[in-house]
Ligand binder design. Structure first.
Ligand SMILES: Cc1cc2nc3c(=O)[nH]c(=O)nc-3n(C[C@H](O)[C@H](O)[C@H](O)COP(=O)(O)OP(=O)(O)OC[C@H]3O[C@@H](n4cnc5c(N)ncnc54)[C@H](O)[C@@H]3O)c2cc1C
Length: 324
């Protein structure tokens, strides 16, 4: 057993101060990811800073959009009236994640910060550059069925496992952060990182910083769908997922925002597909071409070649379901 200290804080300022003082400390929210990682020896924080007493559990909206506090449980966000009315895509993605029990414990901030599910990251007998920098990558030549087809590096081919984050990326959300220098906001697209030479860094959060909320801007999307393809119908991470948000008038696509999950180290925006779709009519051929464009630059590994075909089918199906 590895000993650790435990402390409770009741303000964002105290949380930031406690974490800034100790680089070996970690925040704990629902604990559904962090405690597993501690049990498996993947991480060993010297101190846990429990943030559950912070007043960051509200969901509110105004003309500019919707704010969701970091401590809102995933199940509460998925059932919230404002979310269901204005951002059904987010509710669909949340409900596709984990199980009902887990969604009751898992928080919005914890979901954003959850670590990869690459089995080589979890298995401490295997090399993993994300767990121990410069130790190698077991997945590269190993069983890489779940792994990235976009944006990977020769150091890491892990994917980000979240469903919620894929919808937030498509909805152009912003991560609201509190740090020693005050509050700042990072657009969702810039929050998570590609692995490059430093796969140990999942995102651009700096030491001591606390996520306090996510903000989703008001939008004109009137069609959306979250499609998740996985090995089991529940309690399984995405092999491939697609979040589609479209503005459609008179059968024509005015604007489009599409992100994929299960394919990269971060939610993967399909910007070329988005551009292609603008002004197009809703037809099977248009969706087929969109899928070709979306998967054009995929780079596969020995065991995940199926993701290209699956990704194309998923894009077509998500667009079809969103518009039908
Ligand atoms: C069996 C199982 C199946 C799952 N299936 C899915 C799935 O299909 N789809 C999916 O999306 N997810 C899935 N999950 C993951 C689940 O969604 C995450 O474990 C959960 O969202 C993490 O939230 P938490 O509040 O429990 O975070 P914690 O475990 O408390 O924390 C996770 C990390 O976030 C950090 N953190 C937490 N809050 C903040 C904050 N406010 N600011 C900065 N850092 C913070 C912590 O320090 C820690 O590093 C699954 C989990 C399990 C165990």
């Amino acid at each position: 057993m590895i000993n650790f200290e435990y402390t409770r804080v009741n303000s964002a300022k105290a949380a930031v101060a406690a974490k800034s003082k100790n680089v070996a400390a970690q925040f704990i929210a629902g604990g559904t990811n962090l405690v597993d990682l501690m049990k498996k020896g993947v991480t060993a924080p010297q101190r846990l800073i429990d943030i559950n007493a912070l007043p960051l559990k509200d969901i509110s909206s105004d003309a500019k959009g919707l704010s969701i506090g970091t401590l809102v449980p995933n199940s509460v966000a998925a059932e919230n009236k404002l979310v269901l009315e204005k951002y059904p895509l987010l509710a669909m993605a949340l409900n596709a994640g984990a199980s009902a029990q887990l969604r009751n414990m898992a928080t919005v901030g914890g979901n954003i910060m959850q670590r990869t599910r690459c089995p080589y990251f979890y298995d401490i007998t295997m090399p993993c550059n994300k767990r121990i920098p410069q130790s190698g990558c077991g997945a590269m030549e190993g069983y890489n069925r779940m792994h990235a087809i976009f944006g990977a590096s020769d150091k890491c081919i892990a994917v980000h496992p979240s469903d919620m984050c894929v919808a937030l990326a498509a909805l152009n959300a912003t991560v609201v952060i509190s740090g020693t220098k005050g509050e700042k906001k990072i657009p969702f697209a810039n929050f998570h990182r590609l692995p490059g030479d430093t796969p140990e860094l999942d995102n651009n959060l700096q030491t001591g910083e606390l996520i306090t909320a996510v903000h989703i801007p008001a939008n004109r999307f009137n069609r959306s769908y979250y499609l998740k393809v996985r090995d089991r119908l529940s309690y399984a991470f995405a092999l491939v997922s697609v979040a589609v948000a479209l503005e459609v008038t008179d059968g024509s696509i005015r604007s489009a925002s599409i992100a994929m999950g299960g394919v990269a180290h971060k939610p993967w925006r399909l910007t070329e597909v988005e551009k292609y779709l603008i002004g197009k009519s809703i037809t099977a051929n248009v969706f087929k071409e969109a899928a070709e464009i979306g998967m054009k630059n995929a780079k596969t590994y020995q065991h995940n070649q199926f993701k290209v075909k699956m990704g194309k089918s998923a894009i077509v199906e998500a667009l079809t379901k969103a518009t039908s």
